[in-house]
Design a protein around this ligand. Structure first.
Ligand code: ZN
Length: 233
């Protein structure tokens, strides 16, 4: 499904009721000042990205948000039978389809890590139903990968809670949310089979209307002493 981009920045509009044009003739003077669509979400602007950066540097800031990790599974196996150029093409399709699904639900494509993507929902565009939006984005991703099922599978993990922000690396800045919620979401993703979406109890409780009746299964995740109950979404 082609994505329709917003004419004004959704973040600035929501937080300040300020219409910041992102595209079209009206955006030209803004672009002259470096205000353009963010690479993390084309419906927010670089000012909003700066807020993200500031929030991240103020280590005391916490935020209720949902974190989604999606990982391309067959990548290593595929790389043995395909050329480098073909592999780059596979990765591009994976990133593009992830980004479309994330942006459709107003999430932020925070970063790509090798053959995985990390998305945050509820920042900077706020939505009371951010948990549900993450689940719907995950389903949209799995649907979009379905025709390529024979080629590769994608495992997805979602967790929600309070995020803190932090800075990685000294030489180059890496804007990202850190903390238990992020680590847990990453671990859950690694437990998901190709084609699967696994979510925590907290996600299940808040997106129950969309998840229906699902029973939890205990998973022993690397780095966790206690097994974690996970639901399939
Ligand atoms: Zn903005």
């Amino acid at each position: 499904m082609p994505l329709t981009y917003s004419a004004i920045c959704k973040g600035c509009w929501q937080q300040m009721h300020m219409p910041v044009p992102l595209r079209g003739a009206l955006s030209a003077p803004f672009r002259a000042f470096g205000i353009r669509p963010s690479r993390m979400n084309p419906n927010i602007c670089t000012i909003c990205e700066m807020f993200f950066e500031r929030a991240m540097k103020a280590r005391t800031v916490t935020l209720n948000a949902t974190v989604l990790f999606a990982d391309l599974r067959a990548y290593t196996r595929l790389s043995q039978s395909k050329s480098a150029a073909e592999m780059a093409g596979v990765l591009d399709i994976f990133y593009d389809q992830c980004a479309d699904a994330i942006w459709q639900h107003d999430g932020l494509l925070n970063k790509t890590i090798g053959d995985a993507v990390m998305a945050i929902f509820n920042f900077p565009i706020r939505h009371p139903d951010h948990v549900r939006r993450a689940v719907l984005a995950a389903r949209e991703m799995q649907r979009s990968f379905e025709p390529r099922r024979a080629e590769f599978g994608v495992g997805i993990g979602i967790h929600t809670g309070e995020l803190s922000f932090g800075e990685f690396g000294h030489s180059h800045r890496d804007l990202t949310a850190i903390g238990t919620v992020v680590n847990t979401a990453a671990r859950i993703q690694s437990a998901a089979e190709p084609g699967q979406i696994l979510v925590t109890e907290a996600v299940y409780q808040q997106a129950r209307a969309d998840l229906g009746d699902s029973t939890a299964r205990d998973h022993h995740l690397k780095g966790f002493d206690e097994p974690l109950a996970l639901y399939r979404a």
